[in-house]
Design a protein around this ligand. Structure first.
Ligand SMILES: Nc1nc2c(ncn2[C@@H]2O[C@H](COP(=O)(O)OP(=O)(O)OP(=O)(O)O)[C@@H](O)[C@H]2O)c(=O)[nH]1
Ligand SMILES: [Mg+2]
Length: 234
C-alpha cells in the first residue's frame, strides 16, 4: 500500500456523528453505528493523491489517543452536534489541545452535524403552536424552542482557534468557508465538507513535496573542499 500523502482527522465528543459522516461520504449510506473504540481510517484517492481520513473515538476513556491520531495532520474536522451546545464547548475544552501534534499549517473545519433533527424539531414546534411553553408530556417537560447552536458560535470558535494557534486570519481560510452544518443522515453538505478540505489539502501536499528536496543534501554533487597548505579546509 502506498503511504498516504496527507491526513485528515475527525475529532469531537461521543455521539456527535463522526463515524456516520465518514461512512456517509465513503460508503454513501447511513448505517447503524456503534461507539468507536480507538480509531480507524479510510483512504480516499483525490486526484493523484492518497488522503487518509481518520475517525477517532469521542469517549473520554480513549481521549489519550487523540493527539497520536492528530500527528502530522493536514486538517482536523472538529465535529459537534448542533442540538447539543455542550458538544461545541467540549471542542475547545477537550479536543483542541489534542491538535498540538498536527502540522503547523494544519487547517481546521468546524462541523455542526445532525441538522436534520433541528428541522424536525422546528416542524414539530410549529405543529404544537398554541400549547403552553414547557408543557409536560408524559412527565417530560420539553421546551418549545430547542436550544441550538448557531453558525455564528462555531465561527467565533474558529477565530478563537486561529488566535490560540497564533495563525494570522489573513493567511487562513475565512470562518465562513470552514464552518459547516451537515447531516450524515440526509447527506446534506457532507460531500461539500470533505471535498472542500481535499481541495485545500492538495496544494499543501504539493508545497511540501517541492520544499522537501531542497532540504536533502546531494552528497555526490558536493565538491571536495580545497586543501590549504596548512591542511585546513578553505
Ligand atoms: N438524526 C441524525 N442522527 C445522526 C446523524 N449522525 C449520526 N447520527 C446518529 O447519532 C448516533 C451516533 O453517531 P456516531 O456516528 O456513532 O457518533 P460518533 O461521533 O462516531 O460517536 P463515538 O464513536 O462514540 O465518538 C448514531 O445513532 C447515529 O445514527 C445525523 O446527521 N442525523
Ligand atoms: Mg464513532
Amino acid at each position: 500500500m502506498r503511504k498516504p500523502d496527507g491526513k485528515i482527522v475527525l475529532l469531537g465528543d461521543m455521539n456527535v456523528g463522526k463515524t456516520s459522516l465518514l461512512q456517509r461520504y465513503m460508503e454513501r449510506r447511513f448505517p447503524d453505528t456503534v461507539s468507536t473504540v480507538g480509531g480507524a481510517f479510510y483512504l480516499k484517492q483525490w486526484r493523484s493523491f492518497n488522503i487518509s481520513i481518520w475517525d477517532t473515538a469521542g469517549r473520554e476513556q480513549f481521549h489519550g489517543l487523540g493527539s497520536m491520531y492528530c500527528r502530522g495532520a493536514a486538517a482536523v474536522i472538529l465535529t459537534y452536534d448542533v442540538n447539543h451546545p455542550q458538544s461545541l464547548l467540549e471542542l475547545e475544552d477537550r479536543f483542541l489541545g489534542l491538535t498540538e501534534t498536527a502540522n503547523n499549517d494544519c487547517l481546521f473545519a468546524i462541523v455542526g452535524n445532525k441538522v436534520d433533527l433541528t428541522e424536525e424539531r422546528a416542524t414539530e414546534g410549529g405543529e404544537k403552536k398554541g400549547q403552553a411553553s414547557g408543557e409536560a408530556s408524559g412527565g417530560y417537560v420539553s421546551p418549545r424552542v430547542p436550544k441550538q447552536v448557531q453558525l455564528e458560535d462555531a465561527m467565533a470558535l474558529y477565530k478563537k482557534i486561529l488566535k490560540y494557534k497564533m495563525l494570522d486570519e489573513k493567511d487562513m481560510p475565512a470562518a465562513e468557508q470552514m464552518c459547516f452544518k451537515t447531516s450524515a443522515k440526509t447527506g446534506y453538505n457532507v460531500d461539500l465538507l470533505f471535498e472542500t478540505l481535499f481541495d485545500m489539502v492538495v496544494p499543501m501536499i504539493v508545497r511540501q513535496r517541492t520544499e522537501e528536496p531542497s532540504q536533502i543534501v546531494d552528497i555526490a554533487s558536493c565538491k571536495t573542499p580545497k586543501q590549504t597548505r596548512s591542511g585546513c579546509c578553505a
